[in-house]
Design a protein around this ligand. Structure first.
Ligand code: ADP
Ligand code: MG
Length: 984
């Protein structure tokens, strides 16, 4: 109460913040007045002058200070230019459609622009003109010459907005570009070089990954830094899409999956379980008929565990008595005292599925079915115990113990892989439905974002789930992929020095924006008062009744030609609605993941009289629905939600599609107890009571504003859970992120370095002492080991300093025979190749680790902490391995075989032995076929005594003499004289 009064007096925090900004808006408008008298050229000259001035300020911070100073005038320049375009009725084409410029920034838009410039989120309702708002801060921030990015949800919008707003930028003398999916690197680089660049989050993100994780030369990189970005529809991108990280993957080097092997058995198992559950459900019905409610409830609960989407179960859940009996059974089983019983209950099924946590678990019965001879094939062995037993075994020698442990470890890994494959297949069969979570297109499994209904081609579920679904659908199982480069959307956007966002719906997620992105939300008032009526939800017992009511309301509106926009949560639901409307002979458009292309046009027409448009909740986002003639008099666009979405924000988004810019409009949601949200998260008990109290009849509905509250409570619960999931993904990626930074920075140093040899020598300086330490700085110094290592790696021996010097000497000597430019790229290649090969192996191991730590979760350890510790150790090892790999390849790579031979000839004779039995031939090594370096082997001598150092290098003649016209031994397929044997 007190809070409410205070708010009345002081205004909310948001209002206070906005009030503080209003003098700036006044100043912008004053400046705008003064600019009116300038000629076009004089106005345009401001841009160049500011750019010039800013380019002389070296530090970003000082540049930003300057931007704050010039903001009012700069914004006024943009607004003034917009007016000039409007006055002369500037015509142009956008995405091949003719258009006329008709906009001058409103005051609320100026306000939004200031908020965006300050690196915050501007919440502005749909239709308020956010596209135009962004021009103000983009213009201002691009003046630094560091590039400003605008991030959109799809390629179409990126192009549309770049071409549309480009009118303004071009008028003012700034360049604008736009990234599209099908662009080649050269074109992309050109776009990034522009002052302002539009593009989607995945294009920006993937370009980052390609630039930093894959490019091997400067020329292959396209981006030029991360200065300022505005994310349009920021909730959709930073929250909804943030659940799947961007991953560039390639075929795995090791493929161990057995999805196709297990598929037939799992199919049978699922069928068996479904039969079992059907039987249990029938039994339950019988028990209820006999009045044995308790047993009935218990049986139904069992069905719920085994087949949550069982038809009979869903039907029984409509009955309040039965529903309550199940809830009671469920509640009682989760009490601690009955854990044992719950376990028993689960064991009576073949496996259990948890719809909420998305998990599948085999029971003993299920294990026996899959492998009658060895049900233990699906239980993880207790390694710790086994190791202890091995250690205690007196009969084993230390070597035997190690060998035994390694065997057990291997066995355990194989077991874990098998369990993992099977549980992924179970998830694929029981929790993933075609046309809901994914569609099949061109014989591929394409993920459908369940929130937006958008297809996400190229994205894959991780951890083998994608292959499991491919196996289930009988499409080609893509080679097990391994991550080549990955980043979460969160971490990509954190790269920007300044980030801002805009959307119609950010408020409900303000806490997450703040915690994760340090983005605060300001709600900007609308330009005109909102005239939308949000009606109470209508709640039905069953889905069928609900849909009937929806169709009835559509029919009524359609009869008087009022346009209707119907929102659905899934592609499946939108198709069901479409079928029902067809039966009623009501013409309509369906927008879902399958018709992505025409989406924008269809949405744009959704306000015309008599149109009915069905759309998954966010399809067509970013397109404005304008009312057709006479529609205002009919009450504007009518929005019908056919299910409450998991997140309140998405519901608000749907409502916001109507009543733009002061238009009339109305919205209503229809809900049933069978909706997933209500089944999983609704306060089922309370709802059941209410249903009973009102004694709902077939087709009857409940409607009261208190009920909206209960639905929203359920939504809040899901929102929180989803936030935790996203947070968790991010916690894990944060560990990777630090490592990624180190490796990417190093890679870039290699790429940019004019003197890669320095980097090679750095490696020598660091790695050699470490090796020496490894061999000698221990209780039992191992001299022969050290010498052996030196001999197998370099053509020389002896003490550390001597070693370093000798290696460098020898290396200089080797290089002196080669062509200088070729040597540089070879040197870069040696380092990059080492980084890339080992980094990819590391990513693979990290994936396995992330999976593995969850198993340890059972041992009461926090998986994240375990992950962090091990990830760190693995990383330290990785960095050391990279250096060693560089050393290993120093003398095994050459840009030119002839040069290499010449080098060998100059080696001191004492280093050569008369007979070089193991000397490999030049073509024997498969590594020879690598793109840059041809490799010649350096073989180990036995080093038969501490004092004597000898090295086996291939004697000159051991490289077979290759005729100039013979095929080159490097395997290139060219003639030797045109390839490695070419005289430089
Ligand atoms: P949002 O992204 O906020 O939903 P859009 O940027 O798509 O809105 O703009 C919605 C519509 O409003 C567009 O048709 C645009 O032409 C129009 N509009 C935006 N700003 C203005 C303005 N200042 N004056 C006139 N029309 C405007
Ligand atoms: Mg928009």
């Amino acid at each position: 109460m007190v809070g409410w009064i205070l708010k009345k007096i002081l205004g909310s925090k948001n209002q206070r913040e906005l009030r503080r900004l209003s003098p700036i808006v006044r100043r912008i408008n004053e400046q705008d007045e003064q600019l009116k008298s300038l000629s076009d050229d004089a106005l345009r000259a401001k841009t160049a002058a500011w750019k010039e001035e800013l380019s002389k300020i070296p530090s970003l911070e000082d540049q930003w200070k300057k931007l704050d100073e010039i903001l009012p005038e700069a914004f006024a320049v943009v607004k003034n230019a917009a007016r000039r375009l409007k006055e002369r009725q500037q015509t142009f084409t956008v995405c091949d459609q003719p258009m006329v410029w008709d906009m001058v920034h409103f005051d609320v838009q100026l306000l939004g622009g200031v908020v965006l410039h300050r690196g915050r989120i501007a919440e502005m309702a749909t239709g308020e003109g956010k596209t135009l708002v962004a021009t103000l801060p983009l213009y201002l921030n691009a003046l630094t010459g560091r590039g400003a990015h605008l991030v959109t949800v799809n390629d179409y919008l990126a192009r549309r907005d770049a071409e549309w707003m480009g009118q303004l930028y071009n008028f003012l003398g700034l360049t604008v570009g736009c990234i599209q999916h099908d662009q080649e690197p050269d074109e992309r680089r050109e776009q990034y070089a522009k002052d302002i660049t539009y593009g989607t989050n995945s294009e920006f993100g993937f370009d980052y990954l390609r630039d930093n994780g894959m490019a091997t030369t400067r020329e292959q990189q396209v981006q030029r830094g991360y200065h300022y970005a505005i994310v349009d529809e920021v909730d959709s991108i930073l929250i909804d899409e943030a659940r799947t990280p961007l991953i560039i993957s390639g075929p795995a080097t090791i493929s161990t999956h057995q999805y196709d092997k297990w598929k037939p058995l799992i199919e049978q198992l699922v069928r068996k379980q479904n039969m079992l559950c059907n039987r249990l459900a029938s039994e339950a019905i019988g028990k209820f008929e006999q009045g044995d409610v308790e047993t009935g409830g218990r049986l139904m609960f069992k069905v719920k565990l085994g087949q949550p989407r069982n038809k009979q179960l869903l039907r029984m859940m409509e009955d309040p008595d039965k529903r309550r009996a199940v809830d009671k059974a469920e509640l009682s089983f989760y009490q601690d005292t009955r854990k044992e019983e719950l376990f028993q209950l689960k064991e009576e099924l073949f496996f259990t599925i948890d719809e909420k946590s998305n998990e599948a678990d085999l029971s003993e019965q299920g294990r026996i079915f899959l492998n009658p001879d060895d049900p233990n094939a699906f239980v993880l062995p207790d390694l710790i115990n086994e190791f202890t037993e091995i250690d205690l075994d007196q009969t084993l020698s230390p070597e035997e113990k190690d060998k035994k442990k390694a065997e057990r470890q291997q066995h355990c890994d194989a077991q874990a892989e098998r369990i993992h494959n099977i549980s992924q297949l179970l998830r694929a069969y029981c929790l993933f439905e075609k046309d809901v979570q994914y569609v099949i297109e061109d014989n591929k499994v394409v993920i459908v974002d369940e929130f937006t209904g958008r297809k996400m081609p190229g994205r894959r579920w991780s951890d083998g789930l994608h292959q499991a679904v491919e196996a289930k659908e009988g499409v080609q199982i893509d080679r097990e992929t391994q991550t080549l480069a990955t980043i979460t959307i969160q971490n990509y956007f954190r790269l920007y020095q300044k980030l801002a966002g805009m959307t119609g719906t950010a408020e409900t997620e303000a806490a997450e924006f703040h915690d994760i992105y340090k983005l605060d939300v300001n709600v900007i008032p609308t330009n005109r008062p909102v005239r939308r009526t949000d009606n109470n939800d209508r709640i039905y017992k069953t889905r069928r009744e609900k849909y009937n009511a929806v169709i009835k309301e559509i029919k009524e509106a359609h009869a008087k030609t009022q346009p209707v926009l119907v929102g659905s949560v899934s592609v499946e639901a939108s198709e069901l609605l479409s079928r029902m409307l067809k039966r009623e002979k009501i013409p309509h458009n369906v927008l879902n993941a399958k018709f992505h292309m025409q989406e924008a046009e269809i949405v744009a027409r959704a306000g015309q009289p008599g149109t009915v448009t069905i759309s998954t909740n966010m399809a067509g986002r970013g397109t404005d629905i304008k009312l057709g003639p006479g529609v205002t008099e009919l009450g504007g666009l009518k929005v019908i939600g056919t299910e409450r979405h998991e997140a309140r924000r998405i519901d608000r988004q749907l409502r916001g599609r109507c009543a733009r810019q002061g238009d009339p409009g109305a919205s209503r949601f229809y809900v049933s107890f069978e909706d997933d949200l209500m089944r999983n998260f609704g306060a089922a008990d309370r709802m059941t009571k209410i249903m009973e109290r009102f004694g709902l009849e077939e087709g009857q509905e409940l409607e009261h504003r208190w009920l909206n509250k209960s639905v929203e409570t359920a939504q809040k619960r899901v929102e929180q859970r989803n936030y935790m999931i996203r947070k968790r993904t991010l916690d894990f990626d944060d560990v990777m992120n630090m490592q990624r930074e180190v490796v990417y920075t190093y890679r870039n140093e290699v790429i940019d370095s004019e003197e890669p040899r320095k980097l090679i020598f750095e490696v020598i300086d660091e790695a050699v002492p470490a090796k020496v330490k490894e061999y000698l700085d221990v209780d039992e110094p191992n001299y022969t080991g050290l010498i052996h290592w030196v001999n197998t790696t370099f053509p020389l021996g002896l003490t550390t300093e001597f070693l370093i010097e000798k290696i460098k000497d020898a290396y200089e000597r080797k290089s002196s025979h080669e062509e200088p430019t070729a040597v540089k790229s070879l040197e870069r290649y040696i380092i990059l190749n080492a980084i890339d090969r080992l980094w990819q192996e590391h990513l693979y191991a990290m994936d396995a680790l992330r999976e593995g730590v969850y198993l340890r979760g059972y041992a009461q350890k926090d998986p994240l902490i375990e992950y962090k510790t091990e990830a760190y150790d693995m990383f330290v090892e990785l960095m050391a391995n990279i250096k060693n790999e560089v050393l290993n390849n120093l003398f095994r790579s050459t840009s030119n075989l002839q040069a290499f031979e010449n080098f060998l000839a100059t080696l001191p004779q004492f280093l050569m032995r008369e007979h070089a039995p193991t000397a490999p031939t030049a073509s024997a090594d498969a590594r020879m076929r690598q793109p840059v370096g041809a490799m010649a082997g350096v073989a180990a001598g036995d080093g038969d005594g501490a004092g004597e150092v000898s090295i086996d290098l291939p004697v000159r003649r051991s490289i077979p003499k290759v005729g100039r016209n013979e095929p080159c031994p490097c395997g290139s397929g060219k003639k030797y004289k045109n390839c490695c044997g070419r005289v430089a």
